[in-house]
Design a protein around this ligand. Sequence first.
Ligand code: HEM
Length: 485
Amino acid sequence: MASHAVMEDAVSPLRNITLSPASRHIVQGDLLEFTRDPIICMRQLHKACGDLAVLEEDGQRLAFVFSPEYNRQVLSNPNTFHCQFFALRGSRRSAQRRVTSGLLSMNGAEHRENRRIMMDVFTRRFLPQYHETITALTNKFTSAWETGQTRDLNQEMVRLMQRMSNSLLFGIDDDRYSDELGDKIDRWVRQNHEVGLGAFVARPEFREQYDELLLLAEDLERSVGEMLVRHRQTPHDRLDVLSLMMKAQQSEQQLSDERLIGHATLTFAAAHLTTAHTLSWTLFLLSQHPQAMQRLAAELESVGDKPDWTELQSLKWLDCVIRESMRLLPASSYSHRITSEPVSVGPLNLPKGAAVVFSQFITHHRPDLFEEPEEFRPERWLTINPGAYEYLPFGAGARRCIGADLAMMEIRTALSLILKEHHFQLQSGSQVDGRVVSTMLGPTSSVNAKLLPVEEIPVTVPVCGAIHQLMQLPEAATTPLHRAA
Ligand code: HEM
């Protein structure tokens, strides 16, 4: 039965971690607490244990590293610390196995070889060609927006980035098709998260949802396969990532169709929600920080209506705003590695097959690295220059995000074009929630805002919700309840 395959396939990396000499790093707790709310759990572990922590339940142990030095030890050693992003790969011949067969599931020589081929596709020399597509799509998308309307920024940014990713990655500009494929991938990502939780902590009750995951994977594989056929049949007069991958496939005979499906699915999944969340958070933060917004509006006035890529790169304050948003509310908030051999990290002795979590969120919120870390202060970026393992929104080391340059281009361009058309006034008393789903931190509530003309700067309004557990908003944005807490 399919359900049995899940647990055979599942990673069970929670055994035999030992510590020398002391146990002050161990916290007894419910492992599912981590999977239910990773940020709160990691904050507590960091507070209780410092740079290194172990969460233990009934002899099962999950290790956490929180300092730049431990981040370096884990992330700069891909041979010992393997990436196994998906806890559930499905059985050997399943669709789930195939759609998870992208870079995030590969290690060693296979990862190096596939990354080399993919890397070529994302090199800077292709970037200027993507800029035009990003500009055209953003303008088309926002042309439906009118001053005075109220829009859910979260929903809008997810849609925009689904369409943008379809266009840039697959050369598909059919909105309905893009939305459908995007929604399918999002449902599959969420289901992986839900079922993966159970696999991570080896809880049998999660088996029930496994069959649904397999069905979603089959449906998704069909859709991505159809997309490949459609892509081959459509003449492409402009650059897209899939065409470049197919070229590599022809010249090197190294990417089979099956591989292409894995790479296409995972690249899409890695690309659109991360960029969408970053844009939603940045618009939210700007709407609650009028001074930063005003300064950005002034800077954007210095460039024309359709700024080219060189102009956009010269916008220093825009850069500070984006960096600060990605520090404070990083779309990728944590990830994990599985050890391929016994290894020590500080006092932790990890056997082969142990899971180690590292966290962008916790590292970015360390007061020894960033003054007043809970506050949105873009001006800090005028004077600081943190190291690769201190500030790592795109990860670090051999598996640093392959699409980082493209993502920054999408975010810079979309944000400037959006803010040259409208500013956003949040509704007073809104509930703004943020939670991690499948390692990604994004808004989980609507973020409703009224569209203002660009001459108007939004004012800070009180909001409630889980956002207050993630960062400190200005005084005027806190309700009496949050002030008391
Ligand atoms: C704001 C947007 C983005 C963020 C925050 C982000 C973040 C990350 C992070 C943290 C990793 C490393 C994960 C780990 O070490 O476990 C990663 C890997 C990856 N990202 Fe991104 N990413 C973004 C956008 C993109 C885009 C636009 C693409 C492609 C078009 C992309 C494709 C990938 C791929 C393929 C990997 C796997 C690399 C490997 O394992 O060698 N990402 N990303």
